[in-house]
Design a protein around this ligand. Sequence first.
Ligand code: FMN
Length: 181
Amino acid sequence: MTDYSVEDGVLGGSTTVTAVPAAQFRSLMSTFPTGVAIVTAADLDGRTWGMTCSSVCSVAVEPPTLLVCLREGSPTLAAMLRRSTFAVNLLHARARATADLFASGAPHRFDLVRWSCDPQAAGPHLADDAHAIADCRISGTVRVGDHTVVFGEAYRITHPVAADRSPLLYGLRTYSSWPVR
Ligand SMILES: Cc1cc2nc3c(=O)[nH]c(=O)nc-3n(C[C@H](O)[C@H](O)[C@H](O)COP(=O)(O)O)c2cc1C
């Protein structure tokens, strides 16, 4: 794993730069709306893990690669790394409660939703809450400060028969949605 850290640096050979405060950075990124996903993994003994994640980004088309950024210490991250696979459940507009549940740290979050995990799945599928699901195998990781960037190569994409096909969005510290025409 590459270990990457941001340190004070020198700009243009003369000006010393210092990282902005965390609150200012959070405020900046809150003005950049994203979709909302629940990233899931199954442990070696079949135990399920998952967390709400908005840091999902397309990386490359060939090979089909996306990235997710998960906090260090996350049990979901640990399970993903153990199995080298994870599933990305892209949530629809009526899945706000599930997004909150999987951001809450609740230990029994999978007892409160319908999920499935067939033998080819990279992690649990949340068919009631997702409009699309990507099964991925991990192709790389990079540690950046207090998070780890995980690169995943998608090997299967499924579209559950969801109640709502509008993607759930998160920005300005609130949920929204983008209607599908
Ligand atoms: C809309 C939303 C997006 C989030 N995105 C991320 C993210 O991209 N990465 C991350 O580490 N935590 C993110 N979180 C916080 C995690 O969901 C939260 O810390 C969760 O409890 C972690 O689960 P874990 O205990 O299995 O690690 C987000 C929370 C919300 C509400």
